[in-house]
Every structure is written in C-alpha cells, then in structure tokens.
Design a protein around this ligand. Sequence first.
Ligand SMILES: [Fe+2]
Length: 344
Amino acid sequence: MNPLGRLEDLPADYREALTRQNLVPLWPSLRALLPPLEPQPKTRATHWSYAALRPLLLQAGELTPIDKAERRVLVLANPGHGLEKMQASAAIYLGMQLLLPGEWAPSHRHTPNAVRMVVEGVGAWTTVDGEKCPMQRGDLILTPTGLWHEHGHDGSEPVVWLDVLDLPLVYYMEASYHVNGARQSARPTRSDHAYARGGLVPSPVFERSRKAYPMLRYPWADARAALQALADDPLGLQAVQLSYVNPETGADAQNILGFHALMLRPGQTLTLPPRSPAAAFHVIEGAVSVQVEDQHFQLAEADTCCAPGYRAVTLANASGSTAAFLFMADEAPLHRKLGVYETR
Ligand SMILES: [Fe+2]
C-alpha cells in the first residue's frame, strides 16, 4: 500500500498555521482511522479473576462507607483502552458492585442502560420503576435508560453483582447524566412470573403491555431450565444458547447491548465466529477455558473476561463431567442498529 505523508514531512510553520486555524491534515492519520480490511481494536482480551478481585472488593467495604461511594464498585477496566477510561470495550462497562447487609444505594436514574448479573449472596433487592426485584445468583435484572432504581439488602452476608452498562458509548456521545430521587414505594415484581412461559404473554381483555421494558427480572432458575431443555432435545443444535429479549416484541431486552446465556455440555467446545461487536463473558456455573487469538484464559466460577470484535472466541467446558453456564453481553444491538454488524 502506498505510504502516506507524515505530519513531520510538513514544514513546522505550515503545521503551526493549521493549528492556529483549528485545522488538521487528514492524510497522516488516514490509515489509523480507516485501517485496511479490519479494525485495529484497542479492546484487549482480558480476564478478571473473581478470587483475586473479591478480597479487594470486600476491603472497599471496610475502607469506604456506602454514603461515601453511593455505588461501591470496582470497575473491570480494559488495559487496552487505559485503565482510567474504565471501559471493557468501546461500548461495554463492567463493574463488580458490593452491597453489605443493611446498606442502601439511593434512588436515581440515568441515561446509560444497566443490567445486574448477581454473583453471590442472598437478601439484596433492586427496585426498578417501582418493582422490587429479588436478587439471586445468576438473575439478570434490567435497569434501562431513564428508569428509577435503587438497591437494598435485608440479608446477613455481603452481596456482589456484576454491572453491565453501555456507559462508554453514552459518555462518548456526551449524553451521560443522572438524576437523584426520593426512595421509591415498591411493589413486588410480577413481570418474571407474567412472562415465565415462552410463547405466552399476558393479554387481559385483549390488551398487551406497551411498556418499553415489560420484563425487568429474568430469574436464573428459568434461564437455566430453558438451556437444559434445549440441551436435552435430541435434535437440538450444537450451540445451547438463549438471548434475553423483550417478551412482548422479541426485540433485544435493551437498546444498545445484548445479553445471552450459554450452556456448554460436558466436554463441549464451541467456537463463536468472528463478529464485529466486542463481548464479555461471565461464568455462572462451572469452569470454562476461553481462547481469543493468542490469549488463553481459564475461567473459574464467577470469573469474567472480554474479547474484542472481529475475533473468533472458542469456549471449552473445563468442568469435567458437569455442564458449564455462561452469561454473555455484547455490542450486537448497537452494531445492528448502526448497520455495521458483520459475521465473518
Ligand atoms: Fe444506577
């Protein structure tokens, strides 16, 4: 390929004249902006061990009271972007959040969409849009853009969950802000029961829900049973995979990031093809080995990793004779809406 002129090839007085007028020559940066054939992602395949981060998160509970943190979170930051950027990929933010017994994370709402994947502990709850959602290991709870939410904890042990947000993208768009609110009056969530059977939705007097987010809590017990049913089907496909969707429309559960659950049968290896969106993986049960390019991670239960887009990801069950279960978040809804989604 024809090498393009460099910035330093230009006379200094010419560069200074450009700078004074807020002008920049394109050609020295053209190859970096539009690299040949595929992007050069900053996102680096990265593994976060839960055993390594858990004591540090619990230490944060001692060092910083909840009223000094509001949200006591250690961010899973991708070194490829620089840790200070606090992003796992271009659009994905991951954080491990700790709530101690009796603590309350006050009500607020914000423009970025969030979900919680519960990692450990019982007795915590998240109230979203007035629905009080219990939090148990593996449950997925949505806190979509603009909906009030708060967290509380009536149990006796620390509770930890994985936050997944589209914060890097919304921040990049200069559209990120939050509003604090008063404590919500809450009713027990019903949406997880109302949509507990695939293919059936409530239609009282022929009226369907028009809510943008009709289902806020996706219990792990239901997702796990659905994966197991797929795996038990003798005509079933090789990949045992589910997507979290809006049960009224079948569309992605949220607008920007997509959420999925995967099961790996004992001994199974599954290669996900190279796709444009980056993805994050979190082990709910079992052990999984992950290969992305030359990176090889051994994920134990509750470990998390991320992979850049345009790269194949090979997942292998490393749990011996039991199944392994993974939660996955990706940037696919964003890429599809923008028309840049690709599978290679
Ligand atoms: Fe929040």
